[in-house]
Design a protein around this ligand. Structure first.
Ligand SMILES: Cc1ncc(COP(=O)(O)O)c(C=O)c1O
Length: 380
């Protein structure tokens, strides 16, 4: 099978030293050795979330984490605000509705970020709101909602702040405690540079108080109360309900070590710099970046085709000629956009220069008048 450099917005390329742990001999998911592995992984994650709160390592993908959080944090009929400016913002509201919550949808055009005033206006019409649900890095558009500002606005109205950091954590600046975020969910396979299979949930004491106030708790393994009980009663032996995929955790321990060795600030800066080179190159070739510069994601970029090129043809060209796999748009943007993940090992010139050259090559060979070398405009 031909191997492509994975530049979709997750899963991403995984360092060979991380990947190799997937074939380590199995170890027990309990006992002293395991506790050492899990506790170091959680400590690393706490440092990456920038929180002193609790972190849970859960079997499943990012959606599993979101589903568990919403299941645990609210009672049926509770009222929440879903910030819907993309496919995954909509997903948060959908998950909330599936648990019987009353959802007020705040909807914006894909590509347009939310602002604190949007929350102020929504709260004015709905005094019983309990929480705001927001995506940080919106993978369908390449917009990073300004979570810091939104969280401040939500806190002013005493709302809980629940953040989907699935596509952002580890590449995009994020400070859970300092920003006033109560719960953040992420997944192993994006900027944490590990194989898919784990959801990571960070939760603070304010969110635990909300959980403790809930009347009707549902489910067992999908309920964070069960996870808290195991973490406390079996802290030194088997601190989670059920069997955890140990190799995934060992791999995640290894990738989080790499992340912390690099240093979070240095890493955020590397991702931001590479993202700027991608956006500058795309614009210099006459292409439209969906996100405005001040709210563009550091981890991924979405390019609108605007009738200039066929996204499916570009994806196939890059695979065939450059061995690079990028993604088409999501839902109604499937045939109108491409999505490029440039996080983790792909946040490097070694990854993005061939990508940009490939896009320019494709445009020129499709008959567009693109000045040779313009794809590298961001390098100057
Ligand atoms: C922002 C965002 N939220 C949620 C998800 C869903 O995560 P998962 O596929 O890990 O369940 C994704 C996946 O691409 C995402 O990018």
């Amino acid at each position: 099978m031909r191997r492509y450099r994975l530049m979709i917005p997750g899963p991403v390329e995984v360092d060979p030293d991380v990947l190799t742990h997937m074939s380590d001999p199995l170890t027990a998911h309990y006992g002293e050795r395991w506790i050492g592995i899990l506790n170091e992984t959680k400590a690393n994650l706490r440092a990456i979330f920038r929180t002193s709160g609790d972190v849970f390592v859960v079997v499943g993908s990012g959606n599993t984490g979101t589903d568990m959080v919403i299941n645990s944090l609210f009672d049926e009929g509770d009222h929440v605000l879903a910030l819907d400016n993309g496919y995954f913002g909509h997903r948060l509201g959908e998950v909330a509705e599936s648990h019987g919550l009353r959802v007020t949808w705040l909807t914006k055009r894909w590509g347009s970020p939310f602002r604190p005033a949007d929350i102020d206006a929504a709260v004015a019409g709905a005094p019983d709101l309990k929480a705001v649900l927001v995506v940080h890095g919106e993978t369908s558009t390449g917009v990073a909602n300004p979570v810091h500002d939104l969280a401040q606005a939500a806190r002013k109205h005493d709302l809980l702040v629940v953040v989907d950091g699935i596509a952002s954590l580890g590449g995009e600046p994020f400070e859970m405690d300092a920003w006033g975020v109560d719960v953040c969910v992420t997944a192993s396979q994006k900027a944490l540079e590990s194989p898919p299979g784990l959801a990571l949930i960070a939760i603070n004491s304010r969110a635990w108080q909300a959980i403790d106030r809930c009347q009707g708790h549902r489910g067992w393994v999908g309920n964070l109360q069960t996870w808290r009980r195991f973490a406390s009663e079996q802290a030194d032996y088997h601190p989670h309900p059920g069997t955890i995929p140990v190799n995934n955790v060992v791999a995640l321990r290894s990738s989080t070590r790499l992340i912390l060795d690099e240093g979070l600030e240095a890493r955020w800066e590397r991702h931001a710099r590479i993202a700027r080179v991608v956006r500058s190159g795309m614009r210099a070739m006459g292409l439209a970046v969906m996100a405005d510069e001040d709210v563009a994601c550091a981890n991924l970029t979405v390019i609108e085709s605007a009738g200039l090129f066929n996204p499916g043809a570009l994806v196939e060209f890059l695979k065939a000629e450059y061995g690079i796999h990028i993604a088409q748009g999501i839902r109604e943007w499937f045939d109108k956009a491409v999505r490029i993940g440039h996080m983790g090992p792909n946040a490097s010139l070694g990854a993005i220069v061939p990508l940009l050259v490939g896009v320019e090559h494709f445009l020129r060979q499709s008959g567009h008048r693109v000045e040779r070398g313009s794809c590298l405009a961001g390098l100057t």
